[in-house]
Each structure stands twice: as structure tokens, then as C-alpha cells.
Design a protein around this ligand. Structure first.
Ligand SMILES: C[S@@+](CC[C@H](N)C(=O)[O-])C[C@H]1O[C@@H](n2cnc3c(N)ncnc32)[C@H](O)[C@@H]1O
Length: 254
């Protein structure tokens, strides 16, 4: 891994799952946990995608982990990452840069420019409102090849994303698994961000539909079990005692 990425990883604080730039500075929760970054790298190595589409670049930690997998596969793979926020990115000035294409735009605005492109993997981690994640799924899922995988972060903490996961789970075109991730925000009672791995089984047989009644859903009620784990076909449920400890939502970007 390039030294720049290793230096960034050294700022990781396992006690909270955030990154501390300076000693005693408040942790930043914008990037995925190191363990999730490693999982994204492992998923790339396992599934061997050539074209990956990511939404939500931030400082480019997850992008760099995906790019490192693409580099190690030796197939000239590219991760296209979309984010409207100007930032200095971790891959810049490293050997990973040739595997990254960054689009400075909202994912919804970039969608028309990607029409006709196909992807082997989608990694969705931008704004966590139901509206945004569903707009992304409706725009980008048709570009994903059958057999391709959608990786999502924050599917347990943010019910906006959890509602989208529930729709994927209830759709026969997808198989879905949701797992906890290690971030605690310093409060083990809070929901973890969570990751979801969703495999697209086939192209036809049930379009994803936007549910207007959920449009503004974001965190939801943090005292309730994560929405992604509720519903008649809920799987991977956690013990009730864990949920009853849940407290107010932290101010978190991810
Ligand atoms: C949780 S951070 C992404 C973290 C990144 N995946 C990582 O682990 O390093 C969310 C990012 O989504 C971006 N964002 C917000 N709305 C967006 C949109 N509509 N399209 C694309 N990116 C968006 C924000 O600017 C922010 O940088």
C-alpha cells in the first residue's frame, strides 16, 4: 500500500472506529473503517472486477482500497468515483492514481454521462437519505452486469439506506447479506454503520421503485432496530438486548 495510505491508516482509532488527524483531536467518521476498507479490497480480489463505480469519494480512502485491488489484479481496472466535494484525495501522487477516475458531481447529475457504460461492481456510500440511495440504485443498477455485486456502507446506522436494502432483499433479482461493522463512535450502544453485500442475480423480473413516502428518511429512530433488519423477510437479526441499548444518533458522516 502506498506510504500516504499507510500514514492515513495510522490515524485510525479502533476504540471509536474514526480517524484522528492529530493527537486528542476529535475522530472523523467520514471514511469507512479500516476493516471495511480491507473488505472492499478483498471483495475486489475475490470477484475480479475490471470496472467499478463508486459514489461518495470523500478523502478517497475506500477508492484507494478498491484501486489497490484493481492494481494487484493486474487487469488495468478502473474505479470511477463520484463526489461533488472538492478535496485532496489519498490516491493522488501515488501509483494507484492510474486506476482512478474521479467525477466531481452529484451522482444523480453524473448518471447521464455514464449511460451505456457497464460495471462489474457498484460501491454506494454517498448521502444516506433514502432519496439519494434509491436515485443511485435506479440509475446505476441497470449498468451492473448480472452476477455483479453492489457493496454498501452505513446500511444499519442510516434507515434511509436500510429502507433501500429492504427493497433489494424483497426483490427476487438480488441476494443480500448485511453485517455489522466495527465503528462504535465511542458508544457501543449505538447501531454500527454496517455493510451490505448484494449480488445481482438477473437483469429482468422486478424493477426497483422509488417509494415517495420514504423520500426524506435519513437516520430514522435510533432506538429502534435498524430498518435493514426489520420486515417480514428480515434475516441476520441481532439479539433484542443489543437494540434496547441504542441511544441518540451521533453527528456522523458515515
Ligand atoms: C461517507 S462519505 C464517503 C466516504 C468514502 N466512501 C470513504 O470511505 O472514504 C460521503 C461522501 O458523499 C458525498 N456526497 C454527498 N451527496 C452526494 C451525491 N449526491 N453524490 C455523490 N456524492 C455525494 C459527500 O460529499 C461525502 O464526501
Amino acid at each position: 500500500m502506498p506510504a500516504k495510505i499507510r500514514r492515513f491508516e495510522k490515524t485510525y482509532d479502533p476504540a471509536t472506529g474514526g480517524y484522528r488527524g492529530r493527537l486528542r483531536s476529535k475522530p472523523d467518521f467520514g471514511s469507512v473503517e479500516i476493516e471495511v476498507g480491507r473488505l472492499w479490497y478483498a471483495m475486489v480480489m475475490l470477484l475480479r472486477p475490471v470496472r467499478v463505480l463508486e459514489t461518495g469519494t470523500y478523502w478517497g480512502y475506500s477508492t484507494s482500497m478498491i484501486a489497490a485491488g484493481l492494481r494487484d489484479l493486474g487487469q488495468d481496472g478502473i474505479v470511477t468515483s463520484i463526489d461533488p466535494a472538492e478535496s485532496s484525495h489519498l490516491w493522488e501522487g501515488t501509483a494507484l492514481a492510474r486506476h482512478v477516475r474521479w467525477i466531481c458531481a452529484r451522482s444523480q447529475d453524473a448518471a447521464p454521462t455514464l449511460k451505456g457504460t457497464t460495471f462489474d461492481m457498484l460501491v454506494l456510500d454517498s448521502d444516506h437519505h433514502y432519496r439519494t440511495i434509491m436515485e443511485e440504485l435506479i440509475a446505476f443498477e441497470p449498468l451492473l452486469k448480472p452476477g455483479g455485486v453492489i457493496l454498501m456502507h452505513d446500511t444499519l446506522f442510516f434507515d434511509g439506506v436500510g429502507a433501500a436494502v429492504r427493497q433489494l432483499r424483497e426483490n427476487p433479482r438480488f441476494e443480500v447479506v448485511t453485517l455489522d461493522s466495527p465503528r462504535t463512535h465511542g458508544n457501543p450502544g449505538w447501531r454500527s454503520p454496517g455493510v451490505t453485500i448484494c449480488r445481482k442475480l438477473k437483469r429482468k423480473g422486478g424493477a426497483l421503485r422509488f417509494d415517495e413516502s420514504l423520500a426524506d428518511l435519513f437516520v430514522g429512530d435510533p432506538k429502534m432496530p435498524a430498518l435493514a433488519r426489520r420486515g417480514k423477510r428480515a434475516v441476520n437479526t441481532m439479539p433484542a438486548s443489543r437494540h434496547s441499548e441504542t441511544r441518540a444518533a451521533p453527528q456522523s458522516k458515515g
